[in-house]
Write a protein that binds this ligand. Structure first.
Ligand code: BJ8
Length: 422
């Protein structure tokens, strides 16, 4: 990796502590990723992005700021990136997926907070992630209780705008979300000094839809009996989608899909025939959380789909691209985003329908219902998820875990036994 120490120092980072993270990440990435056989050549791009994760993209964001541009950090797939890009600003995902940041979060949060929140808060307060330093404003949402309270703590250190997400899906809730997006538009316009116009919003909708189209194309390729790419690799791509430049990401992902389509034509598979097809459902897997995919794919299974925010919830369904006024387009955004099925909604039966549909589409042999420790929303919803799967005759294994490696052996035993009985 190139030397970015000067940039990190200028960002006010704790460079010494950050160096420790830089030391362990390449090893972890090598073990999980580079050890795979017959990886598509198109993965070189994503390998490069990860190798330079705290260098290349942060440098681009800083370049954008030097030209007077703003950067917004987000934590949830309900926040419409389109509004940010329409004001000539950049949106970047900030969810933390490493245990490295958790102790920092625990300094201010109860221990029984989910690791995603603890890692995100720790990354900011300990000054050990450039993305968290660069963002001019954080955009939070009222999804789960832990996040809602975390925004108040983060707001002492960085400007935070919180979007009030309704938790039911009635007509009036969709309208309320559209109003929240209108407020967000004003916040973004004020922060950037740029206007969101009908033209710029339309271009941004097409830009982000194209990213969704590329991801959807990639996921469709996993529906093939012969899998041209591993689940691990697709997870990595999904994670990178949250912070890479959207146009470049779309181009590179489409290029990879060209290669994968050729593989399908040639009958190439990265797994031996008969490998069990597993779908994961549940809480998101933020970068660099590769633990479960690695366990499944080194225990005789292949992950073929993720019903997760780092998965189908991120890209399924497009925003209506009909041209119109800013107000009309915001209504289209609200409709699309309110179609995401997060466990913070009640009832959330459409998620169960999605899981059953995806299990069929991806021809899965079994489902693993994943819960990040202390996420009571997904944990509780697991009751309905697992019951519906059992009723449909689809084997399911419920798992609760965090970012540590302490349960890896135990999980491997359970996952191997599950895959063996499929
Ligand atoms: S739309 S899943 S990204 S809220 S895992 S922090 S819910 S305690 S991340 Fe999420 Fe948006 Fe929903 Fe997706 Fe809270 Fe649960 Fe932690 Fe979570």
């Amino acid at each position: 990796m190139a030397d970015y120490h000067k940039m990190w120092e200028e960002l006010g980072m704790d460079v010494e502590t950050h160096d420790q993270l830089c030391e362990v990440l390449p090893q972890a990435f090598g073990d999980v990723y580079l050890s795979q056989e017959n990886r598509p050549e198109g993965m070189d791009y994503y390998n490069f992005v990860v190798a330079e994760i705290h260098g290349v993209r942060p440098a681009e964001l800083i370049e954008h700021q030097k030209k007077g541009g703003k950067v917004f950090g987000t934590f949830c797939v309900y926040v419409p990136d389109e509004v940010v890009f329409a004001a000539d600003a950049i949106a970047t995902g900030l969810c933390g997926g490493s245990q490295f940041w958790v102790p920092g979060g625990e300094k201010v949060l109860p221990t029984n907070t989910c690791p995603l929140i603890k890692a995100s808060v720790g990354a900011r307060l300990d000054r050990t992630c450039p993305f968290f330093r660069i963002a001019d404003m954080y955009v939070g949402e009222t999804t789960c209780d832990g996040k809602k309270k975390a925004w108040e703590i983060l707001a002492e250190d960085v400007p935070v705008h919180v979007m009030d997400l309704p938790q039911m899906k009635r007509k009036k809730d969709v309208k309320a979300w559209a109003d929240e997006i209108r407020t967000f538009r004003k916040v973004v316009e004020e922060m950037t000094g740029n206007q969101v116009t009908a033209e710029s919003l339309h271009s941004a909708i097409v830009l982000i839809n194209n990213k969704r189209r590329a991801l959807s194309r990639l996921y469709d390729l996993r529906k093939n009996e012969k899998l041209p790419i591993s689940g691990k690799d697709v997870l990595l791509i999904s994670q990178i989608a949250f912070y890479d430049d959207p146009a470049r990401f779309t181009e590179m992902t489409n290029k990879l899909c060209d290669e994968l389509e050729q593989r399908v034509k040639d009958g190439v598979s990265v797994f031996p025939a008969g490998t069990k097809r597993i779908m994961l459902t549940g809480t998101p897997l933020a970068i660099p959380n590769w633990k479960l995919h690695n366990l499944v794919e080194t225990s005789g299974g292949a992950v073929v789909c993720e019903e997760m925010c780092t998965g189908t919830r991120y890209f399924e369904r497009l925003v209506d691209e009909a041209e119109g006024t800013v107000d009309e387009q915001i209504d289209h955004l609200a409709e699309r985003y309110m179609g995401i099925n997060c466990a913070c909604f009640t009832p959330n039966s459409a998620r169960i329908d999605d899981i059953l549909r995806l299990a069929k589409e991806y021809k899965v042999d079994g489902v693993i219902d994943v819960n990040l420790k202390f996420c009571s929303l997904y944990d509780t919803e697991g009751y309905h998820v697992e019951r519906a799967l059992k009723e449909a005759g689809i084997p399911v294994l419920g798992i609760e875990t965090d970012y540590t490696d302490s349960d890896s052996q135990q999980l491997r035993t359970r996952i191997s036994a599950f895959i063996e009985m499929l």
